[in-house]
Design a protein around this ligand. Structure first.
Ligand code: PLP
Length: 356
């Protein structure tokens, strides 16, 4: 039976990426060697790294003055690298979920981190809209898409201090005005590549302004200078990312992808809103994530949660269990997920409603 992959991360990749990766494992760029066994200093891999960076620049229209680097350690390492490299004595955080909370916690190790607003009072089911960002903070950190709670910031905040975003789960799903940000980071395993690499886009002129010593490996300038080759980069994950970006470009880029993603999300949200068995966890449509769609059983149908999970499984749905801090269900509808999979989930929900 066909499987519909709704996992939140690592998550579905384009068939193109899988096929090209299999080819690369057998013979990388005509080298006669596998991508798993070549030197990262080989001319073939240097070309791959350079092309992957160039594709990022092209697809996200990254302006001059910004550097693109690929690092290890996941998005979680960025929670610490950001304050270590950029925070003087104060920083500001919008705490909209579990990842944002973790980022905020790390910042406190380096000085005064200010929580400007949080949606914790309602289990992070909305995006706070009114808050004051301290003008003397080194930066303002946001999480553009809250993977676990299914909320997304649809508008770049307007602030007069450097803006930093964790875009792990919505990078490449929509256009981004990179010029509004001083640093953007994203673990690759949601929308780009298998786990193992993190994309960082950084405006060069924000670096070098803190006085604390920074370990070499944790200093962005090290990786900029070495063009992401200071030490051995995650060769395989970068190669796979290149394939995904080639695929994305072929489909018309992030703007075309955004259109598809909105259609997919609308299809599912419409059914959640219509179907009497289910309720959305994010009530305000303006805050609803286009990438991670969370819903629970309606109060009077709570006992149908496990039966629905079983039924969906029998229909080939994979990875729709909600995160333990939300419960219910979460369907992640990343770039590579075809609309047919969303339609299959909607059909499953309709059929289940009819049966009950
Ligand atoms: C998955 C995720 C992370 C954690 O990424 P790792 O690469 O596992 O450290 C951080 N932030 C967001 C928004 C995520 O979705």
């Amino acid at each position: 039976m066909k499987k519909h992959n709704f996992f939140a991360g690592p998550s579905i990749l384009p068939q193109y990426t899988i096929d090209k990766t299999i080819e690369g494992i057998k013979d990388f760029a005509g080298s006669g060697l596998s991508v798993l066994e070549i030197s990262h200093r080989s001319k073939e891999f240097i070309a791959c790294m350079n092309d992957t960076i160039a594709l990022c620049r092209e697809l996200l229209e990254i302006p001059a003055g910004y550097q693109v680097i690929f690092l290890g350690g996941g998005a979680s390492l960025q929670f610490a690298m950001v304050p270590m490299n950029l925070m003087n004595t104060k920083s500001a955080y919008l705490v909209t979920g579990e990842w944002a909370t973790k980022a905020y916690k790390e910042a406190k190790l380096f000085g005064e981190a200010v929580e400007v607003a949080t949606s914790k009072d309602k289990n992070f089911n909305y995006i706070p809209k009114t808050y004051m960002v301290p003008a003397d903070a080194s930066y303002f950190h946001i999480t553009s898409n809250n993977t676990i709670f299914g909320t997304e910031l649809k508008k770049d905040p307007d602030v007069n201090i450097p803006l930093i975003a964790d875009m792990s789960s919505d990078i490449f799903s929509r256009p981004v005005d990179v010029s509004k940000y001083s640093l953007i980071y994203a673990g690759a395993q949601k929308n780009l590549a298998p786990a193992g690499v993190t994309l960082v886009i950084v405006k060069e002129d924000i670096l070098g302004k803190v006085t604390r010593p920074i370990p070499t490996m944790l200093d962005y300038r090290t990786h900029i200078k070495a063009e992401s080759m200071f030490n051995t980069p995650p060769v395989f994950a970068v190669f796979a990312a290149q394939q995904t970006l080639v695929w994305l470009k072929g489909l018309g880029g992030v703007k075309a992808m955004q259109k598809k993603n909105i259609e997919k999300a609308q299809l599912l949200y419409d059914e959640i809103d219509r179907n009497k068995l289910f309720v959305p966890t994010v009530k305000d449509a303006a805050d609803r994530s286009v990438m991670n769609i969370c819903f629970v059983m309606a109060e009077e149908y709570k006992e149908l949660e496990q039966p629905f999970a079983d039924f969906a499984k029998s229909k080939g749905m994979v990875g729709i269990a909600g995160h333990r801090s939300v419960g219910g269900f979460r369907a992640s509808t990343y770039n590579a997920l075809p609309k047919e999979s969303v339609q299959a989930l909607v059909d499953t929900m309709k059929e289940f409603e009819k049966n009950h």
